[in-house]
Design a protein around this ligand. Sequence first.
Ligand code: ADP
Length: 307
Amino acid sequence: MDKIKIFSPATVANISCGFDVLGLCLDTIGDEMIIRKTKEKDVRISKIVGQILPLDPDKNVAGVAVKSLLQNIEVDCGFDIEIHKNIKPGSGIGSSAASAAGAVFGVNKLLGEPFSLHELIAFAMEGEKLASSALHADNVAPALLGGFTLIRSYNPLEVIKINAPKELFVTVIHPQIEIKTSEARAVLPKNMSLQKNITQLGNLGGLISGLYTENYDLIGRSLHDEIAEPYRSALIPNFDTVKENVQKVGALGSGISGSGPSIFALSKGKETAEKVAKAMAKVYKNTNIDFDVHVSKVNSEGIKILE
Ligand code: ADP
């Protein structure tokens, strides 16, 4: 096999109570990538369609992630990467993660799968570091493994995949405003009270338990964030109205996707998730902020091979 075409999905990180440790994989929004083996032993990005991003492999997360993989194996070929970008960078649904995870997934397949999916997470994280200057796995892990992922530990890296209940749907709205990651980090307090910690841990345990036992009400009751949302929500216009309105039409819960500005909601069933999409859109229709809305089931397999 000399060429592979893949779908690399968008992801939601944090999921309210899982700040920096939880993520989930989306199904209906993602990039397409074509990766080819080349004779020249280098990594090239020949084409990016849909967004203006660097073709220089050292300035693109896809190139950096592949180079990190190639440092761990001897190969006698190079790779050419083509990215069809549907996930807008800076949207908070893992735009850079889709490229980093997709690139290492494709290259690993073309090499005959010398690395496991879990091993690929570490290489993809090196790519992510370029985008956010921190090593984090909460978007690349769900993109590679699918379902929900929990980062139990970074050192050593241990990621646990949790399957999503079948009827769990995600609605995501991306209000097109810019929030710099540095700004989203800067508003967070350095320390957290014991009481808030206890509440957050209770909710995280509740959400994980709800996923395993398919208890939708428990999932909903657990979707609260004591760490980031109280501070970051002020950066997203109309956040509180969106939250109130989605609850009224039956969402289990909602919160900030990644570091924003996207807002996600979880629902039981597609019908409710679509009502939630309408309720979210209605809020921004009354403003001058452009937006995209997506409804998706949780993608249980992660990156998909198209050809
Ligand atoms: P998101 O908020 O959707 O998770 P990120 O903030 O993680 O998106 O990534 C966006 C940043 O990563 C931008 O600064 C962008 O220029 C940079 N970047 C580098 N390579 C890529 C790529 N292949 N895809 C998306 N963003 C990239």
